[in-house]
Write a protein that binds this ligand. Structure first.
Ligand code: NAP
Length: 246
């Protein structure tokens, strides 16, 4: 059995840094045509683009704010004009901005809901157009265990991730008739800019685990590549928890 994602057009939102950037490299290594999306981190995104292009791998670099419908639509048309199809959409762009509920202004709530949940909705709405025409496609949404279990001080983040889980299940039902699979992945703890400030959580993760910190990352890459491949068929509307719970 060979997992093959070569020549697949894979759009990864928020791939200038962190997990998204690692995903872009992993898919490029498998000879996929990767669409790198960034919003603020232009330099990092350009560096990644150069790194992937240097290995003669076809890829695109697109600035788009996933919360902005016209940016998302522009990104969609650029991809479709260049490649003519989209095989995989990974809704990875995400932020957190923590506070206890009594101290959380509406703007802080809204910002996280906008990027994580509305951004996922907008990209699904846009990119499913071509997938419906193709009668094929895979959408992979980055959720979080915290969206299932809750987390103190993260009401905006946890609600956004719970929303993504629900969106995934509904969309799987809506798009199943077009042979489009929609699944959500909940990664284990991976140290990135998103949580680097949280020394307490990093310490707990290190103590709990017999594996080195960020060993979850390889498993996450391998799993996402597998569910993007043609080996993974007929499974949709599912939520995959990838933590080791050691
Ligand atoms: P990260 O290192 O902070 O990276 C976040 C990415 O999202 C960046 O590339 C950023 O791009 C992009 N982004 C933010 N706002 C955006 C916007 N409005 N439009 C487009 N892109 C935007 O975070 P990460 O840890 O890699 O997280 C990636 C995903 O995994 C998130 O959805 C997160 O919730 C989820 N997750 C992470 C963990 C973990 O332990 N790290 C666990 C569970 C789930 P720019 O900098 O270019 O704006």
């Amino acid at each position: 059995m060979i997992v093959d994602v070569s020549n697949k057009v894979v759009v990864i939102t928020g791939s200038s840094r962190g997990i998204g950037s690692e995903l872009a490299k992993a898919f490029a290594k498998e000879k996929s045509k990767v669409v790198i999306n960034y919003f603020n981190s232009k330099d990092k995104a350009q560096k990644l683009f150069r790194e992937i292009s240097k290995c003669n791998q076809d890829c695109m670099l697109i600035k788009a704010d996933v919360t902005n419908p016209s940016d998302v639509s522009k990104m969609y048309h650029e991809v479709v004009n260049k490649y003519g199809c989209v095989d995989v959409l990974i809704n990875n762009a995400g932020v957190c901005d923590d506070n206890l509920i009594q101290m959380m202004p509406l703007e802080q709530w809204q910002k996280v809901i906008d990027v994580n949940l509305t951004g996922t909705f907008l990209c699904c709405r846009e990119f499913s157009k071509i997938m419906i025409k193709q009668k094929s496609g895979k959408i992979i949404n980055m959720a979080s265990l915290k969206g299932q279990e809750g987390a103190v001080g993260q009401i905006n983040y946890t609600a956004s991730k719970a929303g993504i889980i629900s969106l995934t299940k509904t969309l799987a039902k809506e798009l199943g008739q077009y042979n489009i699979a929609v699944n959500a992945v909940c990664p284990g703890f991976i140290v990135t800019d998103l949580n680097r400030h949280d020394k307490y959580k990093i310490e707990i993760a290190e103590n709990k685990s017999i594996l080195p910190i960020n060993s979850n990352l390889n498993e996450l890459m391998n799993f996402i590549i597998y569910i993007s491949s043609n080996l993974f068929i007929g499974i949709s509307g599912r939520v995959f928890n990838l933590d080791s719970r050691l």
